[in-house]
Design a protein around this ligand. Sequence first.
Ligand SMILES: [Zn+2]
Ligand SMILES: [Zn+2]
Length: 155
Amino acid sequence: MTHTKRDSIEDRLEQAAGLCLRDGGRLTDIRRQVLALVLRSGEPIGAYALLDRLKADKANATPATIYRALEFLQTHGLIHKLERLNAFIGCADVSDHHHHHAVQFLICRTCGSVAEMEDSGIAGAVETAAERTGFRPARATVEVEGTCAECAATG
Ligand SMILES: [Zn+2]
Ligand SMILES: [Zn+2]
């Protein structure tokens, strides 16, 4: 059986709805729509770009509509915010889901691609270093800028 891109987004939305339910949350229509827009974008997308796209369907959507939906999706680990880009991407691994996971992002300066990694060694090192100062870390997102393998290969 072959899957087109659209199918896999539908699959991810179904999976997301299931996860929210298990968490006692509900993937309402608007949240589902915002998640779909983030996933379809294929690259990091900002809140206002999302609002523009949402308005095509829901003319009365406001920035608050978007921010509330994004907040929910972040809380449930379905999307991540890239602080450096002030943009959002879908979590690369919703299937093996755990909350507040410590993730690292590799951001290519040349093509703009973003890869999500989850290296427990890095997360552990950050946590240990923080705790040594008496700090209690809740979330540790590391954003690394550079050149992706493909761009490095082409020059
Ligand atoms: Zn993730
Ligand atoms: Zn690149």
